[in-house]
Ligand binder design. Structure first.
Ligand SMILES: N[C@@H](CCC(=O)N[C@@H](CS)C(=O)NCC(=O)O)C(=O)O
Length: 254
């Protein structure tokens, strides 16, 4: 998979006959869909896009210009991580990621809904720190304590059960990024092990789930991206190695 982000003026690569995901490598919403597609063992292509200089064709798949968007058939797209993920789960039921119990599905949605305040505090801390208020740090920790309490009450390895489900793949991309906050000067957002033992163990267990491991990035890498974006020059292609190839060792001079 090339990690190069296509931008304005770049051509849309030819359709390869598989599902195709439009994403940005550091976007937590796009990661939700990547994890779901990996967990379901789906064959798919990924096209990364530069969100500061969007390719014109992105709007054909995502009218609001957001990622993720999924090309489910040539030229036809749907967008929004939650919409895409439920679609994928219903369309490809071999590896089901939601409970069959409607009440449990509703409870999972409530977990995601309650997490929104935590997410939003993260975004402010990472990308708009002048606007950060003490009550946002409080909201962040309250939300995480509530999440830990839910994990404890469910008593399973993951929120979904003994294997992760949609609810886990929806929250994890944010949990992955929270560990970068202390590295960008926000120590008050650290998940201190003594307070968050169960939650930290859960995060560690998620990191080694094969669907996650394939796409996981370290806190240091996330911190680098956050810092580049805050300097006004988001380094989308930080991980791209497609240009670094094919250098033959030079012959020694005789
Ligand atoms: N509700 C959307 C949110 C997606 C979203 O906001 N993605 C960001 C990137 S992480 C985006 O595409 N932003 C558009 C932009 O920066 O112009 C979803 O769940 O897919």
């Amino acid at each position: 998979m090339s990690e190069k982000h296509l931008q304005t003026g770049d051509a849309l690569p030819p359709y390869g006959g598989k599902l195709r995901l439009f994403a940005m490598r550091f976007c937590p919403y796009a990661e939700r869909t990547v994890l779901v597609m990996n967990a379901k063992n789906l064959q798919y292509d990924t096209v990364f896009v530069n969100l500061d200089h969007k390719p014109e064709w992105l709007l054909n798949y995502s009218p609001k210009g957001t990622v993720p968007a999924l090309e489910y058939e040539e030229g036809k797209g749907i967008f929004d991580s939650n919409i895409i993920n439920v679609y994928l789960d219903e369309k490809y039921p071999d590896v089901p990621l939601q409970s069959t119990d409607p009440l449990r599905r509703a409870e999972d949605k409530i977990i995601v809904e309650l997490f929104a305040g935590v997410q939003s505090a993260f975004y402010t801390a990472a990308y708009n720190s002048q606007a950060l208020q003490p009550n946002m740090v409080e909201t962040y920790h309250k939300g995480l304590v509530a999440l830990q309490d839910t994990l404890r009450a469910r008593g399973t390895k993951f929120l979904h059960g003994e294997t992760p489900g949609l609810v886990d793949f929806t929250l994890f991309p944010f949990l992955e990024r929270f560990e970068a906050l202390p590295l960008v000067g926000k120590p008050e957002f650290e998940l201190v092990k003594s307070k968050y033992e169960l939650l930290v163990n859960y995060i560690e267990a998620m990191k080694i789930v094969p669907a996650v491991k394939l796409y996981y990035l370290s806190p240091e890498t996330h911190a680098k991206f956050i810092e580049s974006r805050n300097k006004g020059d988001a380094n989308y292609n930080m991980l791209d190695t497609s240009g670094v190839c094919c250098m033959r060792p030079r012959k020694k001079k005789e």
